[in-house]
Design a protein around this ligand. Structure first.
Ligand code: 4NP
Length: 155
């Protein structure tokens, strides 16, 4: 079982988008039994809230199933050993993750798995949910390819 935690600041936009895009990619390869995938926040500002409505709308538009009851959950120090991969959306998330769990070799930035390493554009500020979706899809596809090779997964 490969245990993955996607992380952003609020856990209402980017990391839940990554969680459900990744689950969809994994389901389409019939690999769901090999993965445990969640998402969490580095801030408690949105604690208990649902996925931000424009993100829900984007996931519906793209035909990606998601949990309408998903609530914001905060990353805690113990998570360091509960996940094989802790994936931040941007460099700032990675710094905040390391402040919570300490420096750890299982922490990555999502788009570092692509050929164009960069931060995921933050739709909270850009209001561009399509761009965030495209960035995250590119990152999740590259991350899954990396995992399939590294963890020797076949389908
Ligand atoms: P997320 O987006 O980190 O992708 O969930 C944000 C959500 C809330 C805020 C910023 C980003 N905020 O400042 O409240």
């Amino acid at each position: 079982m490969i245990r993955i935690c996607f992380v952003c600041l609020g856990n209402i936009c980017r990391s839940p988008m990554a969680e459900f895009i990744m689950k969809d990619l994994v389901n389409k390869k019939s690999l769901q039994d090999k993965f445990y995938i969640v998402s969490k926040a580095t801030s408690d500002e949105e604690l208990g809230n649902n996925i931000y409505p424009p993100v829900q709308a984007k996931l519906r538009e793209k035909g990606i199933p998601f949990d309408e009851q998903k609530r914001v959950c905060c990353l805690v120090e113990d998570d360091r050993d509960k996940f094989d991969y802790i994936i931040g959306m941007e460099e700032y998330n990675v710094q905040r993750i390391e402040r919570i769990i300490g420096k750890s070799s299982n922490v990555y930035r999502l788009l570092d798995f692509t050929n164009h390493p960069r931060d995921v554009a933050d739709p909270w500020y850009t209001r561009n949910f399509e761009k965030a979706y495209e960035d995250i899809l590119e990152g999740c596809e590259a991350f899954l390819n990396y995992l399939m090779a590294k963890e020797k997964i076949s389908n």
